[in-house]
Ligand binder design. Structure first.
Ligand code: ZN
Length: 192
């Protein structure tokens, strides 16, 4: 099989014959990621163009998408189509999904186009979201601006040493925090 043409061929680059015949094949190929052992992958229904004259097969972008999905299944990751379906449930646009999940728009786009394989952590994140859609509300709350906190008068009084909240956290007045920082960062006098 020859290199992948960017679009459908009008004639065979090998022998010049036209037209080519469209077909699908089962393609077995070796997937060689950087950090793990090479893996044999079987992709079914890979669209190809076959030359009836010399018998050469040509694969295009559509074939690459099928091969990529086969790799995803072989390594146990969501396929681009599955990622897109999850995104559309919560997005529906890539921008909205990015705002919800904190994943970059460019990254989501690359996953959905099969240009990049998501890592296992991201794959699990997407699966958890799909299995428990109520978590989208928790994500939205993370992104919501913080509620203004009402503080006891004693804590707000200038010069106060602070107050202890109901949870036991000591509230440090912003001025006090600033003083502490100033003290900590006071430059040393240089003794000649
Ligand atoms: Zn040919």
């Amino acid at each position: 099989m020859k290199a992948k043409p960017s679009k459908k061929l009008s004639r065979c680059p090998n022998c010049g014959h036209a037209p080519l015949r469209e077909d699908t094949i089962t393609d077995r190929f070796e997937y060689r990621p950087d950090d793990v052992e090479p893996l044999m992958v079987e992709a079914r229904d890979v669209p190809v163009e076959i030359c009836p004259s010399c018998g050469e097969k040509f694969l295009g972008p559509a074939a690459a998408r099928v091969q990529h999905a086969a790799i995803c299944r072989a390594v146990g990751l969501l396929t681009p189509e599955e990622i897109k379906r999850i995104r559309e449930r919560f997005g529906p646009s890539q921008e909205e999904f990015a705002a919800l999940t904190g994943i970059g728009v460019a990254t989501i786009s690359r996953w959905e186009r099969g240009r990049m394989l998501q890592n296992e952590a991201m794959d699990r994140y997407l699966r958890l979201l799909a299995a428990h859609p109520e978590n989208a509300n928790a994500l939205r709350q993370l992104r919501a601006p913080a509620e203004p906190v009402s503080l006891p008068e004693s804590a707000l009084a200038h010069g106060s040493r602070g107050a202890v909240s109901a949870l036991g956290f000591r509230f440090v007045h912003p001025d006090e925090r600033q003083l502490k920082m100033n003290k900590e960062w006071r430059p040393r006098r240089c003794v000649a």
